[in-house]
Design a binder for this molecule. Structure first.
Ligand code: HEC
Ligand code: HEC
Length: 238
């Protein structure tokens, strides 16, 4: 199994006879790393791990793109079936979203601490978390603005800040919605502008879009819920 280098390190700590002390302090350090920006040295990084993941599914009222991480140490398939290795999955997040220049190696103390922390959350959800990415971007039906205002807050606002003002956004690099995006695409027809929003939410930085926003799977956000958010943003497509 491809997570074995980390398992091996963990077991060798256990074999050294001081497993308990070491794992407790390593897990605590791992939790601090998880909640900090320290896992990427890039000055362009906007994120901590906790900006996109919960630990347990029920944590908080916000809707995150990344799956719950308790149990990720036991999963044989990760990243919607694209990965089978825990450290590579973490490095994918660090590289795509957190702009980290180098992958963490299994024997890096930060990787060991993060592993000890995630391990301490077992069993969690050991089954793979479905993550269906919409490839083909197509128009979607109109939605409900009242539901969308709530949807915006729980799904977009914790990164983009408040609608129209961007209060509380993660950084100045995160656009104020919808104004900054309308301005960026000033020559677009209303229909194409709506497609830009749909594409951004569904693809994030992938499929040639660029940037560092994560994609939303259909499990995390349905088309109907996305339509509600677009309605609240006033991106009607007509
Ligand atoms: C900008 C958002 C974002 C950030 C920041 C981020 N992730 Fe992720 N992560 C995702 C998305 C999206 C996926 C793919 C969906 C999924 O598998 O949960 C993912 C997948 C994963 C997976 C695979 C989970 C699984 O069961 O499929 C792990 C483990 C993981 N991330 C750990 C981390 C850690 C640790 C950090 C911090 C170093 C981090 N992520 C930072 C968004 C993010
Ligand atoms: C985890 C943080 C995060 C979340 C959650 C998030 N975004 Fe973003 N978004 C970003 C960042 C960072 C950028 C700027 C970099 C980029 O374009 O990828 C961005 C850019 C955008 C853009 C600009 C695209 C462009 O080309 O001008 C749009 C539109 C957008 N987001 C819509 C949304 C909507 C709608 C939601 C909620 C459904 C959402 N985002 C949720 C982080 C996030």
């Amino acid at each position: 199994m491809s997570r074995s280098p980390l398992v091996a390190v963990f077991l060798s700590l256990a074999a050294a006879g001081c497993a308990e002390d070491l794992t407790i302090s390593a897990a605590d350090h791992g939790r601090d790393l998880y909640n900090s920006k320290a896992l990427s040295s890039s000055s362009l990084n906007n994120y901590t791990c906790a900006n996109c993941h919960t630990l347990e599914r029920s944590d908080g009222g916000l809707r995150y793109t990344g799956g719950p991480l308790a149990g990720s140490t036991l999963r044989s398939s990760l990243w919607g079936g694209q990965e089978n290795d825990l450290l590579r999955s973490i490095n994918a997040c660090r590289s795509y979203f957190m702009v980290a220049p180098e992958p963490l190696k299994a024997d890096d103390p930060d990787a060991e601490a993060l592993y000890a922390f995630l391990k301490s959350l077992e069993p969690g959800e050991p089954e793979p978390i479905p993550f269906t990415v919409v490839r083909m971007i197509e128009p979607i039906a109109r939605g409900d603005a009242t539901a969308g205002a709530l949807g915006y807050t729980s799904t977009c606002g914790y990164c983009h800040g408040t609608m129209h003002e961007g209060l509380g956004r993660l950084s100045e690099r995160v656009p104020i919605l919808p104004e900054d995006t309308i301005e960026e695409h000033i020559n677009y027809t209303p229909r194409d502008l709506r497609l830009v929003f749909i594409e951004k939410v569904r693809h994030g930085l992938f499929y040639g879009y660029g940037g560092d926003m994560p994609p939303f799977s259909t499990e995390v956000l349905s088309d109907a819920e996305l339509a509600d958010i677009l309605e609240a943003l006033g991106i009607y497509g007509e």
